[in-house]
Design a protein around this ligand. Structure first.
Ligand code: HH2
Length: 280
């Protein structure tokens, strides 16, 4: 899932894709890079972000969704019922819901739903997050919401531990470590670690300074491939083609198969003696 933040204030790319035309160009780049879904958002969820009125959120996301409809699967990243509904009318078929409350809307519209865990709201969530057992509590909340959604008639329900949403670095690491517990619930798991702040602090050598947001691609790739290896079925990322490269390679190493199985042996373009990059 490629992230398309049509916002002026998102934590890593705020302002970069705020105008519809630039956002649409960015989406094309992510589709070419291998994105299966584009997640369009018009309100930042970063800690202490300013709330955005529904009319403004719609003004940001609708032209982008309308322009991309039919080209790729579209998801709407919102917590507002009216934004979700209008986005579905315009062509979105997945509601990415960081509040985990919009399943009745998804059921009414007949689209998929992502339930993400968070503790608190963007205004307060990083003040003093506390859990007795973060993995058990996150899992219990998500399974409860997913069951309610299934009972409401939803057939596509994803669960997401909500990395960085009311969680310390330690909580995030524990959730990623135990992602298998979420996978074992049977609901498809989605994970978003891309460029998040725990990468900045958890991946420095002892005594190193926090890694700035523009330099978190290596940590983003490491955590995305880790999540997929644990069984996550979707990763939400800013850097689509880099993530696809990492995922394809790790998948092939895992399978022990260096070339696509349906390509004839004579057509293999992997390293040959004429390959100028052999050994590099
Ligand atoms: N993270 C963000 C936003 N939406 N949705 C799901 N399901 N999972 C996530 O982890 C998640 C999400 C925050 O990242 P980003 O969109 O890059 O930033 P911002 O909220 O500042 O726009």
């Amino acid at each position: 899932m490629g992230i398309l933040n049509v916002t002026p204030d998102s934590f890593s790319d705020g302002g970069a894709w705020f105008e519809s035309e630039r956002a649409i160009m960015k989406a094309h780049e992510m589709i070419e890079g291998g994105a299966d879904v584009i997640d369009v958002g018009g309100e930042s969820t970063r800690p202490r972000a300013e709330p955005v009125p529904a009319a403004e959120e719609l003004r940001r996301v609708l032209p982008v969704i309308e322009a991309l409809a039919g080209m790729v699967r579209l998801s709407i990243d919102t917590t507002k019922e009216e934004v979700a509904e209008a986005a579905v009318d315009a062509g979105a078929s997945l509601i990415n819901d960081v509040s985990a409350t919009l399943w009745p809307v998804a059921a009414r519209c007949g689209v998929g739903w992502v339930a993400m865990h968070r503790q608190g709201t963007p205004a307060t969530m990083q003040v003093d997050p506390h859990y007795d057992d973060v993995v058990a509590e996150v899992s219990a909340m998500l399974v409860d919401r997913a069951r309610r959604a299934s009972h409401a008639g939803l057939s596509e329900v994803w669960i997401d531990p909500g990395i960085g949403f009311g969680k310390t670095v330690d909580h995030n690491l524990r959730l990623l470590h135990s992602l298998g517990d979420l996978v074992a619930t049977g609901y498809p798991v989605m994970v978003g670690t891309s460029r998040k702040s725990f990468i900045g602090s958890a991946s420095t050598a002892d005594g190193g300074s926090v890694i700035p947001v523009t330099e978190r691609l290596p940590g983003s790739l490491a955590t995305a491939t880790w999540a997929m290896q644990q069984g996550a079925r979707m990763v939400r990322v800013h850097d689509v083609s880099a993530t696809v490269q990492a995922a394809v390679l790790v998948g092939r190493v895992d399978a022990g198969s260096p070339v696509e199985p349906d390509r004839p042996a004579g057509d293999r373009t992997s390293a040959s003696s004429e390959d100028p990059e052999v050994g590099s």
